[in-house]
Design a protein. Structure first.
Length: 74
């Protein structure tokens, strides 16, 4: 467990993530992170779970309804 200090960033507040944490998250400056509220606290992740689930559904639809989508694309 680490303690991170909240600091001023312009007119906002932010935290500085140490380099080793950025490497473990596989992110760098400019990347987006998602803050997810969970029953026991918050989770910081580089992945949007809802988007991944939606993309899985979309891929299933595209696979199952390929012929219909080809007709609609015309």
């Amino acid at each position: 467990m680490r303690t991170l200090k909240i600091t001023t960033v312009g007119n906002s507040a932010g935290i500085i993530l140490p380099r080793d944490i950025l490497e473990r998250l596989r992110v760098s400056k400019g990347d987006e992170l998602y803050l997810v509220e969970e029953p026991d606290g918050f989770k910081l992740t580089p992945y949007n779970k809802e988007l991944i689930e939606q993309m899985d559904v979309a891929e299933d639809i595209m696979r199952d309804d390929r012929d219909v989508l080809k007709v609609l694309a015309r």
